[in-house]
Ligand binder design. Structure first.
Ligand SMILES: [Fe+2]
Length: 177
């Protein structure tokens, strides 16, 4: 589900560039978690969702050429996408499996002291991507506050959530189908 990888750290100049870009996106959101959930309801077969859940964080995601080029030169050329992802204004992002990717290589620039949690289903229910999976149908099998500034691999086709977000959590996320 999770492992650290010994890849090079992001240079400070690039980190600052990303912080600046995230601040711009805070006033100009591409989409919010709520909109994303609406999309899940209309375009996938997910569980019935309540989009007005207390504490649900907004997720922002965007591409940045400087970041993508740095990953290409220093980490891997075989990715399917590179994004900056952040969570803000909430303390959790619901259990789900990712759409259109099975593995993610992530690097946290700001951890917000949040826990990454993986789950298994209690009963053998079918899980659809991009759907909010009810907490009472799953049980946690792995929890970790992932270190800042360390590359790690996540099996994002398994059920996962982010919990106890304190502040803004910022990551580079490299996607593999
Ligand atoms: Fe995810």
């Amino acid at each position: 589900m999770f492992k650290y990888l010994d890849y090079p750290a992001i240079p400070k100049e690039l980190e600052q560039h990303i912080f600046d870009a995230v601040l711009q996106h805070q006033t100009d959101k591409i989409f919010t978690a709520s909109e994303n959930i609406n999309k899940a309801v209309t375009e996938t077969y997910g569980t019935t969702l309540n989009i007005n859940v207390d504490g649900l964080a907004n997720m922002g995601i965007f591409k940045d050429d400087l970041v993508t080029n740095w990953i290409y030169k220093n980490i891997t050329k075989s990715f399917n996408g590179v994004h900056v992802q952040y969570f803000e204004n909430g303390n959790f992002f619901f259990p789900h499996v990712d759409l259109l990717r099975s593995k993610a290589l992530n690097y946290l620039l700001s951890t917000a002291n949040a826990e990454t949690i993986f789950y298994e289903t209690i009963e053998n229910i079918e899980i659809k991507p991009n759907s909010m999976i009810p907490y009472d149908s799953i049980k946690p099998v792995f929890k970790k506050v992932i270190d800042q500034y360390r590359w790690h691999e996540l099996e994002v086709d398994k059920i996962h959530s982010v919990e106890n977000i304190n502040g803004i959590r910022i990551a580079i996320t490299v996607s593999f189908i």
